[in-house]
Design a protein around this ligand. Structure first.
Ligand SMILES: [Zn+2]
Ligand SMILES: [Zn+2]
Length: 442
C-alpha cells in the first residue's frame, strides 16, 4: 500500500461515523425516481461541506460537483444513484410515501460522498492527474412509467432513465469514464456479467361502463380484455429462445373503478427485456399483438405506448478492471480477495448499460445487507461494508485511474470502442417512442 492509499483509507476511517450518519439518513428518507428532491439537497450539502459547488437541476434532481484537480485532460465521474423502490412493507421505508431503499442506492450515494471527503484532501488531490466529478444521479429504477410519461408531456424529461436523460441533455459530455457501484456480492465484487436491455409498455384499454349485474350486455369489459391480453402473452412465451433471455412482466395499475360497474378503463405497465436489443425488437411486436388481441376479442379499444428503457450492460473485463482490483487490494483486509465474476447473465436492467454504449464504466459491488434486492426483507446489517467500504472503493479506484499522469484512465478511454456516438444513442432511443391505437372500442 502506498502513502496515498493509506491516506485515503485513514481519512475515510476518521470520518466513518459521519459517512454512516449520511447513509442512514438517506436510507430512512427514501424517494422515488425524479422525486428525489430531499436526497439531492443532502448530496449537494455534503459536497458543499468538502468545498465543492454543484450544478443542479440536471434531469430534474441530478447534481454534478466537479473537482478540477488534474493536469491531464481527462475526467472520471463517480456515480451515486438517488432513487428507491415502492415497497411499503419494508420496515425502513419512508412512512409518508412507501418508498424504500431495497436496491441499495443509498450505499452508492454515500460511497460517493465518503469518497469526496478523501479525494478533496489536499494531499490526495495532489496525487490525482485528472479531474473528478461527483455525480448524484436520479431515477435508475424503471417504475411509475405513467408518472414519467407525464413528465415527458410536461417537457421536463424525454427519457425515463436518469442516466439516459443525462446523456441526452449533454450532462456526460465533459466526462470520459465512470465508476458505478451496486450492492451485491461482498465484501467486494468485480463483476463482468451482462444485464438485459429493455423497453417499457403502457397498455390502456377502453371499455364501456354499464351496470355490472343489471346490464352487462350494454357494457364492454376492459378488465376482461386485459386478462385475455395477459393470457395471450403467456402463451407467446413458448416462442422465446432460452439464449435470448427474454423476460416480459407486467403490473395492473388500474383495474376498474367500482365493483358494481363494468370496468371501462384498465391500465397495465410492462417491461420487455432481453440479452440483446435485437431480442427485445423481436419480442415487442409479439407483446403488442397479444394485448391488442384481448381488446379485439372483447370489442374494447386499446392504445399501447412504447418507450425506450435501458440498453444491455457492456461490462469491462479482465485487465480493464485493473483499477478496481488494485483498489480492492488496498481496501480489503490482508488475505481477503475480491470476488471476480467473469461471465454470466443477470436478467435485470440498468441505465449503466446506456452509458456503456458511449463510454467505459467500471462496476463494482459491496455487500453488507441481507435479504433480497427489491424484496421486503432487504436489510442493512453491516454499515461498514455497505457504506464505508463502498466509499473506500470509489476513492481508491479513482486514485488508481488518475495517478501517474492518469495513465490507466487514458488507456481505458483510448481502447474503448463505443457502440454509439451520443447522437446515434439518442436517435436509437427516440426510435422506440410510439403511441399506437391498435383496436377501437366497438
Ligand atoms: Zn433496483
Ligand atoms: Zn439498483
Amino acid at each position: 500500500m502506498d502513502n496515498v492509499e493509506r491516506r485515503i483509507i485513514e481519512l475515510i476511517d476518521q470520518n466513518r461515523e459521519k459517512i454512516i450518519a449520511f447513509g442512514r439518513d438517506i436510507h430512512e428518507h427514501a424517494e422515488m425516481g425524479y422525486k428525489e428532491t430531499r436526497t439531492s439537497d443532502k448530496f449537494v450539502e455534503a459536497m458543499a461541506e468538502v468545498g465543492l459547488d454543484s450544478e443542479r437541476g440536471l434531469a430534474i434532481t441530478g447534481a454534478k460537483s466537479n473537482m478540477e484537480a488534474g493536469r491531464e485532460q481527462i475526467k472520471v465521474a463517480l456515480l451515486g444513484e438517488y432513487d428507491a423502490l415502492m415497497i411499503p412493507q419494508n420496515p425502513w421505508c419512508n412512512k409518508e410515501t412507501g418508498a424504500a431503499h431495497c436496491c441499495g442506492h443509498d450505499a452508492q450515494l454515500t460511497g460517493v460522498v465518503g469518497a469526496a471527503i478523501a479525494l478533496t484532501d489536499p494531499e490526495v488531490r495532489q496525487a490525482l492527474d485528472g479531474d473528478v466529478c461527483f455525480f448524484g444521479v436520479p431515477s435508475e429504477e424503471y417504475g411509475e412509467i405513467a408518472f414519467k410519461d407525464d413528465l415527458v408531456k410536461e417537457g421536463k424529461i424525454r427519457f425515463a432513465g436518469g442516466k439516459s436523460e443525462l446523456l441526452r441533455i449533454g450532462a456526460f459530455d465533459d466526462i470520459d469514464l465512470c465508476i458505478a457501484h451496486h450492492t451485491g456480492i461482498g465484501p467486494v465484487g468485480i463483476s463482468s456479467v451482462t444485464n438485459s436491455g429493455m423497453v417499457s409498455k403502457v397498455v390502456r384499454y377502453k371499455g364501456r361502463a354499464s351496470h355490472a349485474a343489471g346490464s352487462p350486455d350494454k357494457g364492454v369489459n376492459a378488465l376482461n380484455a386485459a386478462s385475455l391480453g395477459m393470457s395471450a402473452m403467456s402463451m407467446i412465451r413458448e416462442t422465446f429462445r432460452d439464449e435470448d433471455h427474454i423476460r416480459v412482466h407486467a403490473i395492473m395499475t388500474k383495474g376498474g373503478d367500482l365493483v358494481n360497474v363494468i370496468p371501462n378503463q384498465v391500465q397495465l405497465e410492462a417491461l420487455v427485456r432481453g440479452l440483446t436489443m435485437k431480442g427485445v425488437e423481436e419480442t415487442s411486436p409479439k407483446f403488442d399483438r397479444a394485448f391488442a388481441g384481448g381488446a379485439i376479442a372483447m370489442g374494447a379499444g386499446v392504445t399501447i405506448s412504447t418507450r425506450p428503457g435501458y440498453l444491455p450492460v457492456i461490462p469491462l473485463r479482465g485487465e480493464d478492471n485493473r483499477a478496481l482490483i488494485d483498489a480492492a487490494a488496498a481496501a480489503l483486509p490482508e488475505g481477503v480477495e475480491p470476488f471476480i465474476n467473469g461471465a454470466g447473465h443477470s436478467g435485470g436492467s440498468t441505465d449503466v448499460g446506456d452509458l456503456q454504449h458511449v463510454m467505459p464504466v467500471l462496476q463494482f459491488t459491496t455487500g453488507g445487507f441481507r435479504g433480497v434486492t427489491h424484496g421486503i426483507d432487504f436489510e442493512v446489517v453491516d454499515e461498514d461494508e455497505y457504506y464505508v467500504l463502498t466509499a473506500k472503493m470509489f476513492a481508491l479506484t479513482t486514485y488508481h485511474l488518475l495517478k501517474d499522469g492518469a495513465k490507466e484512465a487514458k488507456r481505458l478511454k483510448e481502447n474503448y470502442k463505443p457502440v454509439y456516438t451520443k447522437q446515434e444513442y439518442i436517435d436509437y432511443m427516440e426510435s422506440w417512442i410510439r403511441d399506437e391505437e391498435l383496436a377501437q372500442l366497438i
